[in-house]
Ligand binder design. Structure first.
Ligand SMILES: Nc1ncnc2c1ncn2[C@@H]1O[C@H](COP(=O)(O)OP(=O)(O)OP(=O)(O)O)[C@@H](O)[C@H]1O
Length: 241
């Protein structure tokens, strides 16, 4: 077993042993945010995450206010993805306390896609729409059209081009209108028009009261919409890029 939700249970004995050792050493705690809208949507208190000898997060303290667009920036390997995975409870922190909505209230798009590769783009959107039950069909249509996914709805997700795969994954994150959206490099590999559409969707989400956490190396396009920015460097908060 691993502390990462396994895509399948076929990890070998050494993998399971490594995962077990990691779990044994993971004592971080989770709390749910209060109902007071002035409290932050997400808060990390002295959160560390170690992978064996590697310290990916080193005593992180940060908070992200509700209804804002918050950037998480930093060079490669600074801990952005690990911070998001810990927040989503995909990885357990080694120590510290994370306050965050339950995973069901979080939409996300990571560098590894969440969709089902053998289903078509349209089937994927239907599956995720059904999972969330109360998705407004007009909203689903609007997201799909804005990202031009209607053109590829009959194609298998695995056979889509890199840009369309990214857009399908981002659309899945948006479709349920979650209270918190976590987007790791949502603009990577997509064309200019789609980039503008994704930016537009992020802004609309926050205007509607949702909270967005976004990491992107495309600072030129993302920085102008940010309400706050958290700089990570070597797993610590602080040094800007
Ligand atoms: N499963 C893992 N096992 C071991 N080390 C890991 C694991 N995941 C991440 N790390 C290490 O943790 C550190 C932070 O990695 P992370 O992927 O969080 O950085 P990042 O800021 O998202 O980088 P990038 O911009 O390249 O995506 C790196 O040193 C990385 O090698």
């Amino acid at each position: 077993m691993s502390d990462r939700l396994p895509p399948d249970s076929s990890a070998g004995l050494s993998g399971r042993l490594a995962g077990l050792l990691d779990r044994v050493g993971s004592r971080g705690e989770y709390r749910e945010p209060s109902s007071d809208p002035s409290d932050p949507a997400v808060e990390f208190r002295d959160v560390s995450k170690r992978f064996g000898p590697v310290t990916a997060l080193d005593g992180i303290d940060c908070r992200f206010d509700r209804g804002g667009i918050h950037g998480v920036v930093g060079p490669n390997g600074s801990g952005k993805t690990t911070l998001f995975e810990v927040l989503l409870r995909l990885r357990r922190p080694t120590s510290g306390t994370v306050t965050a909505p339950p995973p069901a209230a979080i939409g996300y798009s990571f560098q590894e896609p969440q969709f089902y590769p053998n289903l078509t783009a349209g089937e994927n959107l239907s599956v995720f729409t059904r999972l969330h039950g109360d998705v407004d069909p007009e909203w689903r249509r609007s997201v799909t059209e804005r990202l031009r996914l209607d053109r590829v709805r009959h194609q298998r997700a695995a056979a889509l081009s890199g840009g369309f795969r990214k857009k399908l994954d981002v659309a899945i994150a948006f479709v349920s209108r979650p209270e918190l959206l976590v987007l790791d490099e949502p603009l990577a590999g997509i064309d200019r028009l789609s980039r503008e559409r994704v930016i537009e969707l992020i802004v609309e989400h926050a205007q509607g009261g949702g909270t967005v956490l976004v990491s992107s190396h495309d600072r030129e396009h993302v920085d102008p919409i940010l309400d706050s920015s958290l700089a990570l460097y070597d797993g610590r908060v602080g040094r800007p890029e």
